[in-house]
Design a protein around this ligand. Structure first.
Ligand code: SF4
Length: 303
């Protein structure tokens, strides 16, 4: 992977940053139940849940999920409807379907276990480069750099002090990774980004401020225009996301007719409900039995 060519000074700065971060890692470490967990399935579930949901909202659903589905095979054998019920509160329910599909693929192709290599992980539904690298690193100790939105901000500010293109960010993250202790280093980068190098950075109390270019040189914050850094989400209130969630919630308990759904969402325009019902059905998150909508797709219903 080409792209970030480091001058001698930049290389020295990178080494100094790496050293400072390793020193600060114990202080940065957050108390989260999936960190350094020894079960790859528990790590895999956490990484899927963390894709679009903040850490604080993931802890309880993650525990609930693993209490019910302690392994890929227990998840694979369950109906999708049960997985969707346990997903409640996390949003973006397509991830629940992907997780269910991924568990089934693990059972079919990987001896009912989470695969260890980045390539095998990438072949699973719902797994992109970030998740594949995170699972390979955190569950199996693979020496691969994890690049999420937290790490993206740290790289752009502390190392480059300019916006990075995607390949540059990945290349810089790989160069920064130490040969030993890659998982702990990746975790420290994420912890730094989550607690100090946030959207509004807390530079004055940041333990890395002496090793940080943005702190030293100043200028316009490069993070918002840099690769891997997520943009602020559109408002949730009255969004399609919210209404889709409400439809699924109505179906948690029982099968409903189209009319029941419309009555249950009396404040929502009927046309909009129709569009979202069709969308959810296309995505396999709901199906129909005897003219009623049910949680889970058609394949589910036929089982
Ligand atoms: S000093 Fe500020 S910009 Fe630099 S790493 Fe810390 S929080 Fe981020």
């Amino acid at each position: 992977m080409p792209e970030v060519v480091l001058e001698a000074d930049a290389l020295k700065a990178l080494v100094a940053f790496r050293r400072s971060l390793r020193r600060a890692a114990p202080e940065l470490r957050r108390d989260l139940p999936w960190i350094a967990h020894d079960d790859p399935w528990a790590v895999f579930v956490a990484e899927i849940m963390l894709q679009q949901t903040s850490t604080g909202r993931v802890v309880e659903p993650w525990r609930r999920f693993l209490d019910t589905f302690a392994s890929p095979s227990s998840c694979a054998q369950a109906p999708l409807a049960e997985v969707l019920r346990l997903w409640s509160g996390l949003g973006y329910p397509r991830r629940a379907k992907s997780l269910h599909d991924a568990a089934r693929e693990m059972c079919e192709r990987f001896d009912s276990a989470v695969p260890a290599s980045v390539d095998d992980l990438l072949s699973l539904p719902g797994v992109g480069p970030y998740t594949a690298h995170a699972v390979a690193s955190f569950a199996f100790g693979a020496p691969v750099a994890v690049l999420d939105t937290n790490v993206g901000r740290v790289l752009a500010r502390a190392l480059a002090n300019r916006p990075l293109r995607p390949r540059e960010a990945q290349s810089l993250a790989s160069k920064l990774l130490p040969r030993e202790g890659a998982a702990a280093f990746n975790q420290a980068m994420i912890d730094l980004g989550a607690q100090f190098c946030t959207r509004d950075p807390r530079c004055m109390s940041c333990p890395l401020r002496r090793a940080c270019r943005f702190q030293r040189e100043g200028g316009t914050d490069p993070a918002p225009r840099s690769a891997a850094v997520s943009r602020p989400q559109a408002s949730f209130a009255n969004s399609d996301r919210q209404v889709r969630g409400r439809i699924l919630k109505l179906l948690h308990e029982t099968a409903l007719t189209r009319r029941n759904v419309i009555v249950g969402l009396a404040d929502v325009d009927v046309e909009r409900i129709e569009v979202l019902l069709a969308q959810l059905e296309r995505e396999g998150l709901i199906g129909r039995v005897a003219g009623r909508f049910v949680l889970g797709g058609h394949a589910e219903v036929a089982r």
